[in-house]
Design a protein around this ligand. Structure first.
Ligand code: AMP
Length: 189
């Protein structure tokens, strides 16, 4: 089983690269951001609950996120593996993922860390804001999300480095070139 975490700041290209890995390796995508967007778009009770935090660029409660993850994994017992995008976002979430996967005897295989400098990240996020009109791509929410990334999410690099699972990939350049860099690493797992 191949369980990959695609890791990086907002705007690092995680979603784009996750799509490529999914089609090359037949993995089930688990994007907490996408799961939340679906709930919000459908106007479900959960969607209503998370909308305020989502739009402010704040983290949604762990309880809700863990529930979404659990359901998604349990819905795919036959899967060849999962690719996690936007999860885990904190040490608490990473420990929780370890627990879930331990129960199923399927560890995290590798963390692909897409490294992109701050200037490029801001450029990409502002461009995406115009193109996709995402509710959390406002200047204030972007600032908030990047500061949460630095404070809560970046410590995960050390967490997974200690487990020898980080593959740092240069996230600058053409989408296909970055995909090739990732593929070389994934092929070696
Ligand atoms: P993303 O599409 O991954 O950038 O996520 C968009 C927004 O969804 C984030 O800014 C958070 O409000 C929420 N979100 C997504 N994943 C998580 C998570 N693992 N934990 C808490 N909130 C999350």
């Amino acid at each position: 089983m191949l369980n990959i975490i695609i890791f990086g700041a907002q705007g690092s290209g995680k979603g784009t690269q996750a799509d490529k890995i999914i089609s090359n390796h037949n993995l089930i995508p688990v994007s907490t951001g996408n799961l939340l967007r679906e709930e919000i778009a459908q106007g479900t009770e959960l969607g209503e609950k998370v909308k305020k935090d989502y739009e402010a660029g704040a983290l949604v409660s762990d309880e809700i996120i863990f529930d979404l993850i659990k359901k998604k994994i349990e819905n795919h017992p036959e899967s060849k593996g999962f690719i996690f995008d936007g999860f885990p976002r904190s040490i608490v979430q990473a420990k929780h993922l370890d627990e879930i996967l331990k129960e199923k005897n399927i560890p995290v295989s590798m963390v692909i860390y897409l490294d992109v400098n701050d200037k490029e990240l801001l450029d990409r996020l502002h461009k995406r804001a115009i193109k996709e009109n995402r509710a959390d791509d406002t200047t204030e929410a972007i600032k908030n999300r990047l500061s949460i990334y630095r404070e809560k999410t970046m410590p995960l690099i050390e967490y997974y480095q200690r487990q020898n699972k980080i593959a740092k990939i240069d996230g600058l350049g053409l989408v296909d070139d970055i995909a090739k860099r990732i593929d070389e690493v994934v092929e070696k797992i």
